[in-house]
Design a protein around this ligand. Structure first.
Ligand code: GLA
Length: 403
């Protein structure tokens, strides 16, 4: 994309604002003994880039951990290196314990976790609240799921030093979801290790109503079906998730699925919208592209620390949509320092002139504000209103405050 779109956006924006805005540093969660993180989880998961293809193996995941350091992702706040479906052997061992697929992970899961921990990162694993996981690979006849094995599997995860569990919904035998997810949540809590619980039942049982509270107390729950690497899919998941802001709270996040940024099916402008919208919604930021081959433009999106700071703001509030008219979305997220993050998204296929008043953003009229453009990294002063020409599928993002 080079500079054409940023320049277009920049030159088309006019503001009227006043003081300077301090951008909070990205909070860093470090240390293996830290309790489940309260802020939306940041990291990587291989699923969107590899699915179950052979390239998903321990060499790849070790390479990803290396890239977290060399590309500056750890410094930007990304912490988890998570592996998805197809890591397991197709059957449990003779004592009924899960075991790693010996072809993909010949050194075993504990060794992989150790490698990741040595990089100052955390390690996540995947299972399903069913009799087998989602991917029915013929050669493997399906991988064992956790239903009925919760205590044993949680103990195995703890013994491997797992920090995070994504718990899927396939082959659930129609057992009540509340029961299934409570059983694993309880098992993780009594495993002797702090393991972040990421529920993945695709919003089927309205998890936003119950998953964030005891007895489940999950860190996040999927609100949507699977994302694919195209604009229509990203848009669908955004629209389903953005209206659920009232159900998210610090430590309990709506999850519209993992990022596709860098996978090639959207333009950089659309990927920028994807990243902006996920951040204003305080969604988990789980990179879904192969970091060993990522292009610089995609990496630049993932490393935008000013946008990340919105996602990770310690006030812990999901942005609220204040406008959804004619394909223009305005989302406002209150921040800890008293300022507001604002995303203005044009979902339509044509450019639009958009005006947003200070009142619509919940700002007092007749005052002066500082506005920080989080993609142009430029600061202006004004009265809190925004006037912008927004390209098709583009999102502009600001931080507006008095200080
Ligand atoms: C489900 C999940 C995906 C992924 C696959 C793996 O579809 O929603 O995120 O984990 O299973 O098979």
């Amino acid at each position: 994309m080079k500079n054409s779109i940023p320049n277009l956006l920049l030159s088309a924006v006019s503001f009227v604002f006043v003081a300077a805005i301090a951008v909070t540093a990205t909070p860093v969660r470090a240390g293996a003994a830290t309790p489940a993180p309260a802020l939306p989880q940041m990291g990587f998961n291989n699923w969107n880039s590899t699915h179950c293809r052979d390239e998903f193996n321990e060499a790849m995941i070790r390479g990803i951990a290396d890239k977290f350091i060399s590309l500056g992702l750890r410094d930007a706040g990304y912490r988890y290196v998570n592996i998805d479906d197809c890591w397991a052997n197709w059957q449990r061992d003779k004592d009924g314990h899960l075991q790693a697929n010996p072809k993909r992970f010949p050194s075993g899961i504990k060794a992989l976790a150790e490698y990741i921990h040595q990089h100052g990162l955390k390690f996540g694993l995947y299972s399903s609240a069913g009799v087998s996981t989602c991917e029915p690979l013929k050669e493997n006849r399906g991988f064992p799921g956790g239903l009925g094995h919760e205590k044993d599997d949680a103990a195995t995860f703890a013994s491997w030093d797992v920090d995070y569990l994504k718990y899927d919904n396939c082959n659930n035998q129609k057992v009540d979801a509340h029961k299934r997810y409570t059983a694993m949540a309880d098992a993780l809590r009594s495993s002797g290790r702090t393991i972040f619980f990421s529920m993945c039942e695709w919003g089927e049982n309205k998890p936003w109503l119950w998953a964030g509270k005891p007895p489940v107390d999950a860190g996040s729950w999927r609100t949507t079906g699977d994302i694919s690497d195209n604009y229509a899919s990203m848009l669908k998941n955004f629209k389903e998730n953005v209206v659920l802001d009232g159900y998210a709270s610090l430590g309990h996040w709506n999850d519209p699925d993992m990022l596709e940024v860098g996978n090639g099916g959207m333009t950089d402008l659309e990927y920028r919208s994807h990243f902006s919208l996920w951040s204003i919604m305080a969604a988990p930021l789980l990179i879904g592209t192969d970091l060993r081959t990522i292009k610089p433009d995609a990496l630049q999106i993932l490393l935008n620390k000013e946008v990340i700071a919105v996602d990770q703001d310690p006030l812990g509030v999901q942005g609220h949509q204040v406008r959804d008219t004619g394909g223009i979305h305005v989302i406002v997220k209150p921040l800890k320092d008293g300022s507001r993050a604002v995303a203005v998204f044009n979902e339509t296929d044509a450019a639009h002139d958009v005006t947003v008043t200070a009142a619509e953003l919940g700002l007092k009229a007749g005052q002066s504000y500082n506005v920080r453009d989080l993609w142009a990294h430029a600061q202006t002063k004004g009265d809190g209103s925004i006037k912008i020409e927004l390209a098709a599928h583009a999102t502009a993002m600001y931080r507006i405050g008095r200080r």
